[in-house]
Design a protein around this ligand. Structure first.
Ligand SMILES: [Zn+2]
Length: 237
């Protein structure tokens, strides 16, 4: 599946919204349809402390395991609810909390480098919000400076931050692009993501080879020559 949501992401999401009303929960999951660019969070999302969240998740995950018939007295299993709770809050879903957003320092573009900068093959691990199983992929990010530059490792950290949420790939793509545009105060941003969704390869349709590619282009990247230059760097090596 290839999707290109350059400027029509809003149209896409509006269409998705209308479309969703007629689907069952299994269909929504299997079609991987998102409803908004923002991660749907409740207003009270951060009323509970991380410690309280871990306690609650531990309790409820134990319920899930017991419902499945697992013996929580077993030495191998008894620590699992606490481990899952810690992993959810501290690691794989830590990007839900804006307090964990990486601090990004801007630098003046002293070298007067006015060409595109491409950071490619940024490996990320995310989780599908429809099935809570991994999405594993690579993000390729590019921008053309309009006066400011950021440290290269910050691009990786930004991808990582937005990946550490329950996600759909389209939203991850747009969230990274939107944040870059905001930080760098430039429209000239491109993001391409290629990823494998374990909910597609390990269950459901069980296609182990399928990859999903999403892209976002704005500013100069909407010009064919700029876009082609960017894509040619992705093909290298
Ligand atoms: Zn899924």
């Amino acid at each position: 599946m290839t999707t290109n949501h350059s400027n029509n992401i809003k149209d896409y999401l509006n269409d998705a919204h209308t479309f969703l009303k007629d689907l069952s929960i299994d269909e929504i999951g299997d079609e991987h349809i998102s409803t908004s660019v923002e991660t749907p969070l409740r207003k009270d999302a951060f009323v509970l402390s991380d410690e309280e969240k871990r306690k609650r998740i531990e309790f409820h995950f134990r319920e899930i395991m017991e419902t499945l018939g697992l013996d929580l007295n077993d030495d191998s299993l008894k620590g699992t609810p606490a481990r899952v709770a810690k992993m959810y809050v501290n690691e794989i879903f830590s990007g839900l909390d804006p307090a964990n957003k990486p601090a990004i320092a801007l630098f003046d573009n002293k070298y007067k480098y006015e060409q595109m900068l491409v950071e490619k093959d940024i490996t990320f691990y995310s989780n599908c919000e429809h099935h809570f199983v991994p999405i594993i992929g690579k993000a390729h990010v590019a921008y053309i400076s309009s006066g400011s530059v950021i440290g290269l490792s910050k691009l990786n950290r930004l991808v990582d931050y937005y990946a550490r949420r329950p996600q759909v790939q389209e939203r991850l793509t747009v969230q990274i692009a939107a944040e870059l545009k905001k930080i760098l105060k430039t429209e000239h941003v491109a993001v391409v993501i290629e990823a494998k969704h374990l909910c597609v390869s390990s269950r459901g349709i069980k296609d182990t080879n399928a990859q999903t590619i999403t892209s976002y282009y704005d500013g100069l990247f909407n010009e064919e020559s700029t876009k082609q230059e960017f894509l040619s760097y992705l093909r290298l090596g």
